[in-house]
Write a protein that binds this ligand. Structure first.
Ligand code: PGA
Length: 249
């Protein structure tokens, strides 16, 4: 299986900047084609990125979406709208959304369900805070997030789901965790998936996120417990992000 690499641009990079970025990033396509690369721009930048990615093998995804089909939800974007544009995946329950927008596990589980209903791969993001890790609660917290985030999945036939383990204290801090710690949590997540998904649990890729860069990336992706990465900061620099991907192939 190709390594999964998701670049989360967060609230950075305008359409004009994206054009310049992609001019650099898409230069060595033969490298990018050996990984499953997805870029997640801010919503209004999606059409520009989608157009420039056409035919390159690099996909785009969304940083968020609403769980309802349609309706009076000012300021929101639906999975249907994203599907129409050709969206590959949607981040569901990123820790910044849990923190700043108070997203609950219930809402996140509905987003996961709604993404699947629209043939979009939900990337269920889970991870403990620093205090939770310090208090030795990290396992309990992550088990709960995986269980709740997947609780509406039993009725979905063609299961395509990614779980991203992102310890909150490693996100944007420049302080990645030790690969062994990440693998340990990935194995725990796998055991929860086996419990909640009667079939298909083995095929769900688990990826790591949190201060991944072009230097440390290869130490996380062992092709066994962890099969890819979710990258924030480093994905903002097209040269470095390209180097990061090259380390995995
Ligand atoms: P980071 O962000 O790579 O900047 O730590 C990761 C993320 O938020 O997904």
């Amino acid at each position: 299986m190709k390594p999964i690499v998701i670049g989360n641009w967060k609230m950075n990079i305008t359409s004009q900047e994206a054009k310049v970025y992609l001019g650099t990033f898409l230069r060595k396509l033969e490298v990018l084609k050996q990984a499953e690369v997805t870029l997640c721009p801010a919503g209004p930048v999606i059409p520009t990125v989608a157009q420039m990615l056409e035919g390159t093998g690099v996909a785009w995804g969304s940083q968020n979406a609403h769980w309802e089909e349609r309706g009076a939800f000012t300021g929101e974007v639906s999975m249907e709208i994203l599907q129409d544009l050709g969206c590959r995946l949607v981040l569901c329950g990123h820790s910044e959304r849990r923190k700043w927008f108070k997203e609950s596990d219930f809402e996140i589980s509905r987003k996961v369900e709604q993404a699947l209903a629209h043939n979009i791969v939900p990337v269920l993001c889970v991870g403990e805070t620093f205090d939770e890790r310090k208090a030795q609660k990290h396992e309990v917290v992550v088990i709960e997030q995986v269980r709740k985030g997947t609780e509406r999945l039993s009725n979905i036939p063609a299961l395509a789901l990614i779980v991203a383990y992102e310890p909150v204290w490693a996100i944007g801090t420049g302080q990645a965790i030790e690969p062994e710690q990440a693998w340990e949590m990935a194995r725990l997540i796998r055991s929860v998936l086996r419990e909640v998904l009667p079939s298909g649990a083995e095929s769900v890729p688990i990826i790591y996120g949190g201060s991944v860069n072009e230097i440390n990336v290869a130490s996380f992706v062992d092709g066994d417990a962890i099969s890819g990465v979710l990258v924030g900061g480093t994905s903002l620099d097209p040269e470095k992000f390209h180097q990061l991907i090259a380390q995995l192939i």
